[in-house]
Design a protein around this ligand. Structure first.
Ligand code: IDP
Ligand code: MG
Length: 154
């Protein structure tokens, strides 16, 4: 099973959407295996958004990511990276398709509710960036046979 990172951004926490976001991934059938509140630092933000450091909007993005705590979550499931990314929607909330999280809750290219890993490789890097081994709480779910066919459980 794959693991992927979802960061519930400060804007979502302020707007009372944290539960909604978590609920969507739960209802999809993904399993939350780590969850913690975190105050973003300048250093971690620069590392996480290194590909955007030179962009003119980076100072606004940094301020937004530090405006309130974030909630770091790790979700596990078959093809979890791709599934979560599809549920996230396009970066700009105005362009994101309705039915996606950004499409339903965001009007902005910056204030777009969540960060989600965009590849399996980046998911591994990002999870290491924010979680330690002891942050994970793996557990068996009795629902596994109702979520997956026999050949989908790996
Ligand atoms: P993603 O979050 O969909 O993967 P990235 O291009 O990796 O999109 O950008 C990271 C974050 O930077 C976005 O989620 C958004 O908050 C912010 N961002 C990206 N492009 C813009 C922009 O053009 N204006 C303002 N903020 C942006
Ligand atoms: Mg990205």
């Amino acid at each position: 099973m794959e693991r992927t990172l979802v960061i519930i951004k400060p804007g979502a926490l302020q707007r009372g959407l944290a539960g909604e976001v978590i609920s969507r991934f739960e209802k999809k059938g993904l399993k939350m295996v780590a969850c913690k509140m975190y105050r973003m630092t300048k250093e971690k933000c620069a590392e996480h958004y290194a590909h955007l450091l030179q962009r003119p909007f980076y100072p606004w993005l940094e301020r937004a990511m530090m405006a309130a705590p974030v909630i770091l979550t790790c979700w596990e499931g078959k093809d979890a990276v791709e599934v979560v990314r599809a549920m996230t929607g396009a970066t700009n909330g105005r362009k994101a398709v309705p039915g996606t999280i950004r499409g339903d809750y965001s009007m902005s290219g910056q204030e777009n509710i969540i960060h989600t890993s965009d590849s399996l490789e980046n998911a591994a890097i990002e999870l290491k960036r924010f979680f330690n081994e002891e942050d994970y709480f793996p557990y068996d779910t009795p629902l596994v046979d109702f979520l997956y066919a026999p050949d989908e459980k790996e």
